[in-house]
Design a protein around this ligand. Structure first.
Ligand code: G3H
Length: 464
């Protein structure tokens, strides 16, 4: 690749220059995809246990490099040190579990005589085979984990990967790909593409050489990809507006702790953050006080200089957006109970009570540390408001009564309901999916491998 221009990556924490990535051109993309296609046959031909050995090495390398990667995560995407370190370790665990799972995914044989009119001279061998070149597109908020959770299942299944990290997080992405290569993955089987979305984005997603797209990011971008691609399977995790529904019989202490950690960790920059509380009126006052008690324990600051639960948002645009939502809520009469201040891109943890359905913060995803409390009169009203969202990623229901938990869970239009816990993706072998505008398809280790492989049937006909 020649004549590439560079994109400078700066830290959201202090603006310092961290490095450069290539601003690739369309012909660079052609070259990358061509190489990926070329190496596919030899990579898939490597026995599964050998591919697994290579990925084991990658998992071990991640652990060996945990300090270096933690440091880069803190600087590049402004994650607090503890969360950054746990992202790296979680990723190594994810890769190891992927290997164990892949070894236990088998095909099957089906006899013909179980269907009327067919007899025992026929059976089908049903095998799983890789799809080809997987385009993995990861977001800024988990540059190691949400990249590896696409790359590892794709590679173990025999696919090759073209990996497009978000620009903020692309240094982490490049480092991650280098680790896979160092572990033994052929360099053409895991290639990173970087560049300006406006120049190469559409070209990449619509490229004839791409056989599968695995994307995590905003609903807006996900919908745009879905409109543009044709006959390419998609696996997408998009936005959310996860509701915590609190019933009168909930343990309010546990509920408040979960809501606060769910809403505010990494400043709410998680698709699964708790993004609204729907609480029954009779316990709302008590719950709000307990939430405030928990919020007062949150530490706020710059993770370069110490541990902080609340860190600056990824960029000015993100912080401006959150401020617009806060202004709208204030103008329309929400009660600001905590926070509301901004210093640069740092937004203090903010709680609005008495949020009503005409306010933007009741429906829009802040991706920032702002939590609205919506008081409801009945459980049905809570379910109705929860389901009116355009999103359907997860919901929580807090109650001590298992019947109430199931009755609510079954009516919620989401991919997963957490009973007495914050909304969250892990553990990573659980299925993870969104309905409505929150996604397409199912992730989670087994589900991701199944999504990025296809079934091939070979029918054997026997003659006397
Ligand atoms: O931001 C989207 C992630 O999938 C959320 O993952 O629940 O582990 O934070 P998490």
């Amino acid at each position: 690749m020649e004549n590439e221009q560079l994109i400078t990556i700066t830290s959201p924490l202090d603006g310092s220059v961290l490095g450069n990535v290539n601003a690739m051109s369309k012909s660079d993309i052609d070259e990358v995809i061509q190489k990926s296609k070329k190496v596919f046959d030899s990579w898939r031909a490597i026995p599964l246990n050998e591919r697994c050995e290579i990925l084991y090495k990658a998992a071990n390398l991640l652990v060996t490099r945990v300090d270096e990667l933690t440091d880069l995560l803190v600087k590049e995407v402004g994650k607090d040190k503890k969360s950054a370190k746990s992202e790296v370790i979680r990723t190594a665990d994810f890769i190891r579990f992927t290997i164990e799972t892949a070894k236990n995914i088998h095909g099957e044989s089906i006899n013909g005589d179980s269907f009327a009119g067919y007899y025992s001279n026929k059976f089908a061998l049903v095998e799983r085979e890789p799809i080809g070149v997987v385009l993995a597109i990861s977001p800024f908020n988990y540059p190691i984990n949400l990249a590896a959770s696409k790359i590892a299942p794709a590679l173990v299944a025999g696919n090759t990967v073209v990996f497009k990290p978000a620009t903020m997080g692309s240094l982490c992405g490049v480092r991650l790909a280098e680790i896979f290569v160092e572990a033994g993955v052929p360099s053409d089987a895991i290639q990173v593409v970087t560049g300006k979305g406006s120049e190469i984005g559409d070209y990449l997603i619509t490229h004839k050489g791409i056989n599968f797209i695995n994307f995590t990011g905003s609903t807006e971008v996900g919908q745009s990809i879905a409109k543009k691609v044709q006959m390419v399977p998609l696996l997408m995790e998009l936005g959310g507006k996860d509701a915590a529904i609190v019933l009168p019989d909930a343990n309010l202490e546990i509920t408040a702790k979960n809501i606060v950690s769910g809403a505010f960790s990494y400043s709410g920059q998680r698709c699964t953050a708790v993004k609204r509380v729907l609480v029954l009126e009779e316990v709302a006052d008590q719950l709000v006080e307990k939430i405030l008690d928990q919020m007062k324990k949150l530490t706020v600051g710059n993770p370069l200089y110490g541990e902080a639960d609340i860190v600056p948002l990824i960029n000015k645009k993100a912080a401006d957006f959150v401020c617009d939502l806060m202004e709208d809520a204030k103008e329309k009469g929400a009660t600001l109970r905590y926070g509301g201040e901004r210093e640069g891109n740092l937004i203090y943890p903010t709680l609005f009570d008495h949020v009503t359905l005409d306010m933007r913060v009741a429906w829009e995803e802040p991706f920032g540390p702002v939590l609205p409390i919506i008081r409801v009169k009945t459980v049905d009203e809570a379910i109705d408001i929860a389901n009116k969202s355009e999103y359907g990623l997860q919901s929580s229901v807090f109650t001590e009564n298992i019947n109430n938990a199931f009755n609510v869970a079954r009516k919620l239009e989401v991919g997963m309901v957490q009973v007495n816990n914050k909304t969250e993706r892990g553990p990573d072998h659980f299925p993870f999916m969104g309905v409505k505008n929150s996604g397409i398809g199912v992730q989670g280790i087994r589900y991701s491998i199944e999504a990025m492989t296809r079934i091939k049937g070979i029918v054997v006909n026997l003659y006397d």
